[in-house]
Ligand binder design. Structure first.
Ligand code: PHE
Length: 439
């Protein structure tokens, strides 16, 4: 199915049963059938007629952009974690939520779908939409895949962050690998009513057992309303923490197999409403099966790419996979909450040359003088100048600097020859004016 660009978090799962998909992709088994095993992240898997994972996708496994230092997705991850750490603390002041950002993206069909009550005939299970390793194993299509398991382990408040995989076209807003964050919070009756005066009679569970648009059969309306309020204020608070206090938010009813009621949060960005996350009250069956049947819970799932694209003005989702230092260097900040506005880089390739020289004695040399010379001679085709290495000769005590100069033209590909000529002029001017000796 062609997912719209809100694929980055939820399009796949919110379809109700009536939704039919168009069979856009034929299944192309692209794994060598000479051996019937495939090794992924150090583990061997049997391949079968469900296998549709491709070499391009295999190459993305283990990239872990969401925990790569200075990567924009990692900055967004850090901001969300900071928000949860700051706003949810236990009695002794420690963060309430634990963070899982390193869970294996290879999951079972049961984790990804069954544990979340996704019906057997639900379109999100189709081979045309997921990357299957075999009939029982796939690359997780959402980080919600780990929800039931972590609840079973006894956790009540947690965040899951990771790479997720959905078969899709590649264009400026679609990419078959993206990143999500999920959160779960489950509470006991005492916890949810403790701040409400005269709450002695308030109960979590309803003996009436009728499901309505507002609640599941299991729950009392009051317990759902308390959870709904907490969930929604947590999420609008998060939107404000990320996009600023003035961001406009609105709630839209939604459907997910694993939550009821369910909503989507939209923010107003560049003159349109944009869905940024899906959320809801966790289906009580999931909690019961995970040994937390005496609690009520909320959960949400959100795509990091879409958030980062809005926040930093990143125009193309493919840029997240770029090794181009013109892109990456713009996110090199130690405080994840720094405001950054991405400035588009040229589509033409970089040309990288190093220069090393001995500094003159007497300490008159400064790097800034060198930077000025490079700009004066190279002009706008100098994209970056980086001090790569400083070396002090053990005997002579002379210092040498090595710089990397990154050249790039905004409108065309530079030839090696022309870059070589400019580089030579820079060397010459630096020698003459700053008294350095080229090594
Ligand atoms: N997993 C859903 C998706 O990717 C989002 C979601 C998570 C919705 C948790 C509700 C609760 O589409």
């Amino acid at each position: 199915m062609i997912l719209k660009w809100y694929q980055s978090y939820s399009a796949l799962f919110r379809y109700t049963k009536q939704f039919t998909i168009n069979k856009k992709y034929a299944t192309i088994p692209n794994v060598s059938k000479s051996s019937n095993k495939l090794e992924l992240l150090g583990q061997k898997y049997i391949i079968d007629e469900w296998t549709n994972i491709t070499p391009q996708i295999i190459r993305k496994l283990g990239c872990n952009l969401h925990v790569t230092k200075y990567h924009p997705l990692s900055l967004v991850r850090q901001q969300i974690i900071d928000y949860f750490y700051k706003n949810y603390r236990n009695r002794v002041g420690n963060p309430l939520f634990s963070v899982y950002d390193n869970l294996n993206p290879i999951v079972t069909v049961s984790q990804n779908f069954d544990s979340l009550l996704v019906p057997k005939d639900h379109p999100s299970r189709k081979k045309t939409d997921c990357y299957y390793i075999n009939h029982e194993t796939l690359l997780r299509a959402h980080t919600t895949a780990h929800q039931a398991e972590l609840i079973s382990m006894g956790l009540n408040n947690f965040l899951i962050i990771g790479d997720v995989y959905r078969r899709d076209e590649i264009d400026a807003t679609h990419y078959p690998v993206f990143h999500q964050i999920d959160a779960v919070r489950i509470c006991t009756e005492d916890e949810i009513f403790k701040n409400i005066n005269g709450s002695g009679d308030l109960k979590l569970f309803d003996s009436q057992r009728v499901e309505t648009a507002e609640k599941q059969g299991y729950h009392t309306l009051e317990s759902v309303k308390v959870m709904e309020h907490e969930l929604k204020s947590t999420l609008t608070g998060l939107a404000k923490a990320i996009f600023g206090q003035d961001v406009q938010c609105r709630w839209v009813d939604q459907y997910f197999p694993f939550t009821h009621p369910s909503w989507e949060l939209e923010i107003f960005h560049e003159n349109k409403w944009l869905e940024i996350l899906g959320c809801g009250i966790i289906r009580q069956n999931i909690l019961e099966k995970s040994g937390a049947g005496n609690r009520i819970g909320w959960a949400f799932g959100m795509g990091l790419e879409r958030l980062a694209m809005c926040l930093y003005n990143i125009p193309d989702i493919r840029l997240f996979w770029s090794n181009d230092t013109g892109f990456l260097s713009q996110f090199k900040v130690d405080d994840a909450n720094t405001r950054i506005q991405y400035k588009p880089i040229s589509i033409y390739p970089q040309c990288i040359n190093d220069i090393s020289f001995w500094l003159p004695n007497g300490g008159s040399y400064t790097s800034n003088d060198f930077y000025d010379i490079t700009r004066e001679i190279g002009g706008d085709i100098i994209e970056q100048v980086l001090l790569k290495d400083v070396f002090v000769h053990p005997k002579t005590k002379r210092t040498s600097h090595c710089y990397t100069i990154i050249y790039r033209h905004m409108e065309r590909t530079l030839s090696k020859k022309e870059v070589g000529e400019i580089h030579y002029k820079i060397e010459k001017a630096t020698t003459e004016r700053l008294g350095v000796t080229i090594r």
